[in-house]
Structure formats: structure tokens, C-alpha cells
Design a protein around this ligand. Structure first.
Ligand code: SF4
Length: 426
């Protein structure tokens, strides 16, 4: 038995309420369960109960055993002196406030129906199944599943948005610099995300702007700063190296130590190909920020990228270096990655920064216009017959899986608490 179960029991009032007696004495009637308190202090605040003939308004504290009140030193803590009801699974000790008065205690173990306890156990003790509610899922109404997905999608976007805002602060509140770095990080495709971020942090956007955003010059800078032009294999490499040497000297560019991951990478994803793709994509960066806020859909972004020139020299350089020349095209996979990991989080960051929920709604809208990802997590859900059509759904279900299902936080999940509540189940 864990406290999170008792929180759900109290919040949803999943106990027999006929005539509630406090340790066999006073009768208690619950008028309001109160609001969940996620800060320090008692678990629920502003609860309302009738105890005997008197109405009480105050806090509710929850423990598995009543003696935990003393173990946690609540008897000395001012914040707990407003507790009007101590809700416990088992009352093993009488509890007193600082002033010596008894804290009314409601023992749950005889009040919670066995069926509810069994459902709870099957959720949190099901070690075999990663989605432990799979037995109950077919009976869960779609609005419950959709409601939880909407909640976790916003949580996921906000987390990613705050990460972008941290980068924005360290870039002295420069959106364009932050946008460039986020795109570079995304194009690194997890395995080389950090190296691509370091690369982008070593090249100020103003240097790129000074080159007129010319793809060939951007490629020369990125390859040089990335450490790929130390030795060259032909005229294309020589030309790019000469450009880089000139620009680097002119602007005093850093050449950081970057540890690129070169192994176990699919063809087309080698760092050089990612770097050339960055040069192609960034060619339009100056107009992208306006597009982000003005475009109705991400399609307009990709129309712009498709217009970006792919200079012959880049293909020659790849050939000379022994790589596939297809490595810097915009595949569907790259498109979806940019929407999921750059555009939607960036819109969310804007929304959080400007306190404008409209941008967050737009981020969700763009995700819902994009196809779902295919990965091991989405396959888990599909095996449970959960429909996943859009990136909004796949992102939400990834968040739900990682942050709720795996750590067995079913009691904080709307689906889990619904399962406890539904009388028709089992
Ligand atoms: S967290 Fe929610 S969706 Fe995940 S297993 Fe538990 S009840 Fe099911």
C-alpha cells in the first residue's frame, strides 16, 4: 500500500460513506475533499467536513499509518496545525497537535471496497506488462484517454519549451541564435545532437548573416569548425577549406573539440551529411522566425527549405570524401523531427515567454497536422489497440508511457484513477 493510492481514494471519494466514524466515535461527513497541495505542507487544503455538529474548514493529511505523523515530525510543524482530518489506511497510534488536542483520524482499511484495492494492485504490481492497465483499457471511454493525452502533451511541450527558454537566456535573449542552435541540435538526430549543438554555439549567427546566408559559405564554416577540413581529398574540399580559413581568420572563429559519433550510424546520417543539411536548412533562417509566427501550417517552412540551393560543390565534396550524396536532402523523417523537436517546442517557448497560450495552441495544432512517429513506444500502444494517427498523439503517448506507465504513476493518471472508480469494470 502506498500513499498515492490513498490520495486517489480521498480525491475520488472511493470509500463507503454511509456513516463514517472516527475510530468508532464521532461521526464525520465529507463536504469538500479540498485541493491537492503540490507544495510543502498538508496533502489537501481547503477541505470541508462536518464533525459531530460542527463544520470544519482546513487541511487533510494522508498517511499509510497514523504513526507516520510523528515520524515526519508534523507534531512540531506549524503548517500541520491546521489539519482537520488525518486520513490513514491503518490507525496504529493516536495523534496529537502541538497544543495537545487530538487530530481526528479516519481509518480507511475497512471502508475501501476490496474491488478497488484489487484494481489498484493489478495496476501497480503488474511487473510483466509495461502498460499495466492493458486489461482495463478496452473499457475506458475514449474521452478519458483523450483527456489524459491532452494533459501530458501540454506537459511535454512545456518541458521542452522551458529547455528552449534556458538556451534563450544563455544566448542573451537572442531568438534567432536560439532557433539556429535548436535546429542544429535537432539535425544531429540524438546520436550527434550534442556535437551539433556545440558546433552551432561556436558560430555566431551574425557571422552567418555576414556571408549573406550563402549555403556554400555556411557549409565551409560548419565543416571547418566541426574539424572536418583538416585534410581534404580533392578540389571541392580545398575550396571549402580556403573559404573557411578566410572566414575563420576574419571573425576569429573558435574551433572547439567536438567528439563526433561516427559508428553505428545509418548511411545518410554521418556528421558531414548532417552538417551539409544544416547549411542547406539555415540558408533561410532569417525569414524563418517570421514564418514561425505567421504560417498557418509547417508546410510553408518546408516549401522555403525546398527552395534552398544545394550547390554542386557540396555534392562533389561528399563524393570526394566517400559519402552518399543523398545525405543532405529533407526526408519525411527530418521534416517530422523538425516539427516535433524544433517548431512545436519553439512556439511553446514563445507562448511561455510572452504568456500567450495562442502559441501553445498553435504548437499543438501543428503536431496534430503531422503524422505520428513510429517507434517502440508507439508500437506498445498500437498493440493495445490505441489509435495513433498524428504526431500530437504519438508525442502524448510517449510522455504518458515514459513519465507515468514506466514509473507506475497510475494514481496520478486520469486513466488509472478512472479504472479505480469504474464500477462496471472487472
Ligand atoms: S499510467 Fe495510466 S496509462 Fe499508464 S499503465 Fe497506469 S493507468 Fe495505464
Amino acid at each position: 500500500m502506498k500513499e498515492d493510492f490513498l490520495h486517489a481514494i480521498w480525491e475520488q471519494q472511493l470509500f463507503r460513506k454511509g456513516s463514517l466514524l472516527l475510530a468508532g466515535k464521532d461521526e464525520v461527513k465529507v463536504i469538500k475533499t479540498g485541493f491537492r497541495n503540490y507544495d510543502s505542507g498538508p496533502d489537501f487544503i481547503q477541505a470541508k467536513i462536518i464533525l459531530g455538529d460542527l463544520e470544519w474548514i482546513g487541511s487533510v493529511e494522508i498517511h499509510v499509518k497514523s504513526s507516520e505523523w510523528n515520524t515526519h515530525n508534523h507534531q512540531y510543524d506549524v503548517a500541520y496545525q491546521s489539519v482537520i482530518l488525518h486520513v490513514v489506511w491503518e490507525k496504529d497510534l493516536e495523534i496529537f497537535r502541538k497544543d495537545g488536542t487530538v487530530v481526528p483520524t479516519l481509518e480507511m482499511k475497512e471502508l475501501v471496497p476490496l474491488q478497488v484495492v484489487l484494481r489498484y494492485r493489478s495496476l501497480v504490481q503488474n511487473e510483466k506488462k509495461k502498460i499495466s492497465c492493458s486489461y482495463f483499457l478496452p473499457d475506458i471511454q475514449s474521452f478519458v484517454l483523450v483527456g489524459m493525452q491532452e494533459r501530458v502533451l501540454v506537459e511535454r511541450l512545456e518541458r521542452k519549451g522551458f529547455e528552449i527558454l534556458e538556451r534563450f537566456e544563455s544566448n542573451k535573449k537572442d531568438w534567432l541564435e536560439t532557433f539556429f542552435q535548436t535546429i542544429a541540435w535537432c539535425l544531429g538526430l540524438k546520436i550527434n545532437a550534442e556535437p551539433m549543438l556545440i558546433l552551432s554555439q561556436s558560430v555566431p549567427v551574425k557571422v552567418l548573416a555576414a556571408q549573406g546566408w550563402k549555403t556554400e559559405s555556411l557549409a565551409a564554416i560548419f565543416l571547418g569548425v566541426g574539424g572536418f577540413l583538416t585534410s581534404t581529398n580533392g578540389p571541392a574540399g580545398e575550396k571549402l577549406k580556403a573559404d573557411y580559413d578566410f572566414i575563420s581568420q576574419k571573425y576569429g572563429l573558435d574551433k572547439p573539440q567536438i567528439l563526433w559519433k561516427m559508428f553505428r550510424i545509418r548511411p545518410g546520417s554521418f556528421p558531414i551529411q548532417r552538417i551539409l543539411l544544416l547549411a542547406v536548412v539555415i540558408n533561410n533562417l532569417s525569414s524563418w522566425f517570421g514564418l514561425l509566427t505567421e504560417a498557418e501550417s509547417p508546410v510553408e517552412f518546408f516549401r522555403q527549405i525546398e527552395k534552398s540551393p544545394k550547390p554542386e560543390i557540396l555534392q562533389s565534396y561528399l563524393k570526394e570524401s566517400g559519402y552518399q550524396i543523398t545525405g543532405f536532402g529533407i526526408s519525411d523523417f527530418i521534416r517530422e523531427n523538425l516539427i516535433i523537436n524544433v517548431f512545436a517546442p519553439f512556439l511553446t517557448a514563445l507562448g511561455l515567454y510572452q504568456n500567450q497560450p495562442l502559441w501553445i495552441e498553435k504548437a499543438i495544432d501543428w503536431l496534430n497536422q503531422s503524422p505520428a512517429e513510429e517507434n517502440s513506444i508507439t508500437r506498445f500502444w498500437k498493440n493495445e489497440n490505441v489509435e495513433i494517427k498524428t504526431a500530437g498523439q504519438s508525442q502524448a503517448l510517449t510522455e504518458l508511457f515514459n513519465n507515468f506507465c514506466l514509473p507506475k504513476k497510475c494514481m496520478s493518471c486520469q486513466i488509472g484513477t478512472k479504472i479505480l472508480k469504474t464500477e462496471t469494470l472487472v
